[in-house]
Design a protein around this ligand. Structure first.
Ligand code: UDP
Ligand code: MG
Length: 326
């Protein structure tokens, strides 16, 4: 990076009034330090994306923007979820900057790793992934489920970076490539590695949330994992096909065996085997239809081509077209 490089930090915020003042201060210190050390240009900014919060988050972002031009803000028309909030932020600031860093509002990801990210960008990287090198601050349950998830995703054929969440630097080239991925069922962690380009990782220790509660309760976490699997991999369908083939072969053998017993005059054990196969096959068929249904549901959403986010307001002291509904 050089003193010419305009860096925008994109921070999705959903009901983050407890952490916002503290995060805003810490991020400003970080950006001021990088500007002072001529690592980035002075037009670099911290851009908060209000993802339809129901508390004072947007009012607080507006106040910050009024007080200091280093802050800018995007207000989404309603809550679209973390992934779409990051997407909205990246796509809105893309024309105004050379590189972006996305980071969560609670600063669980170490902002000091930004220095290393900026250095890697200076060395020519288009994408720099922030990777947690320990999960001590997470509960054993979160650790267990998260690690299982990354492993499972790999087995499913998705190219995910182990222990990388959505803390990453992307430059103009990476953003332009990313803009080509128009899917509605967005799973950034799976899509960004597909871009390729020159990339590297920086490692950091993940901390506790600054304040407030996680916006990812267990139910949302599983929904997110499921979203990742079904939007990146079609292996579950292949699994069903193989399962179906396997069961067909077994059924054929059972059929031959039953006929053999019939013609040799032996009684077929009727009720038990009938009931077992009925229920087993019924269950498997239902499972198969269910999983296929998931994909059909995704296709349904994709073909509708609904907008993934709607920007209601954009505040940026440097930009002429800020403040309008785009
Ligand atoms: N977030 C969002 N929209 C949502 C839920 C979460 O923009 O619908 C933001 C949230 O404000 C935070 C980030 O996504 O900046 C990650 O959420 P959180 O820290 O609660 O998740 P966790 O770290 O517990 O997985
Ligand atoms: Mg968090």
């Amino acid at each position: 990076m050089s003193s010419e490089t305009v860096l925008y930090m994109v921070i999705p915020c959903y009901n983050e009034q407890e952490v916002l003042p503290d995060s805003a201060k810490k991020l400003k210190n970080k950006i001021s330090d990088l500007i002072a050390r001529k690592k980035i240009g002075k037009n670099s900014k911290i851009c908060f994306v209000n993802d339809g919060s129901r508390d004072r988050t947007w009012e607080m972002i507006q106040e910050l923007c009024q007080k200091d031009p280093v802050y800018s803000g995007i207000c989404l028309a309603h809550n679209e979820g973390h992934q779409n909030a990051v997407l909205a932020g990246l796509m809105t600031v893309q024309p105004y900057c050379d590189a972006t860093i996305s980071i969560d509002a609670d600063l669980q990801d170490d902002i000091d790793a930004i220095d290393a990210m900026v250095d890697k960008y200076g060395e020519g990287c288009n994408i720099v992934y922030g990777v947690r090198d320990n999960r001590e601050s997470d509960t054993w349950f979160k650790r267990f489920t998260a690690e299982g998830f990354y492993r499972f995703m790999k087995n499913m054929g998705a190219e995910v970076i182990f222990n990388h969440a959505d803390f990453r630097l992307m430059d103009k080239k990476a953003l332009a490539a990313f803009g080509e991925y128009q899917e509605v069922n967005l799973f950034l962690r799976g899509i960004v590695p597909m871009i390729g380009l020159k990339h590297d990782c920086v490692y950091y220790k993940r901390k506790e949330r600054l304040a407030g509660k996680s916006k990812y309760p267990l139910k949302k976490m599983f929904a997110f994992a499921w979203q990742g699997i079904t939007s990146l991999s079609s292996k579950p369908i292949k699994f069903i096909v193989n399962l179906g083939l396997g069961i067909s072969v077994i059924s054929g053998l059972v059929l031959l065996w039953s006929l053999f017993r019939h013609f040799t005059g032996q009684t077929i054990a009727g009720w038990t085997s009938l009931i077992i196969s009925l229920w087993l096959l019924g269950g498997l068929i239902l499972l198969a239809i269910g999983i296929i249904g998931e994909y059909v549901g995704k296709i349904y959403l994709e073909v509708k081509r609904r907008p993934r986010y709607l920007v209601q307001e954009f505040i940026d002291a440097n930009q002429k077209n800020s403040g309008v509904l785009k």
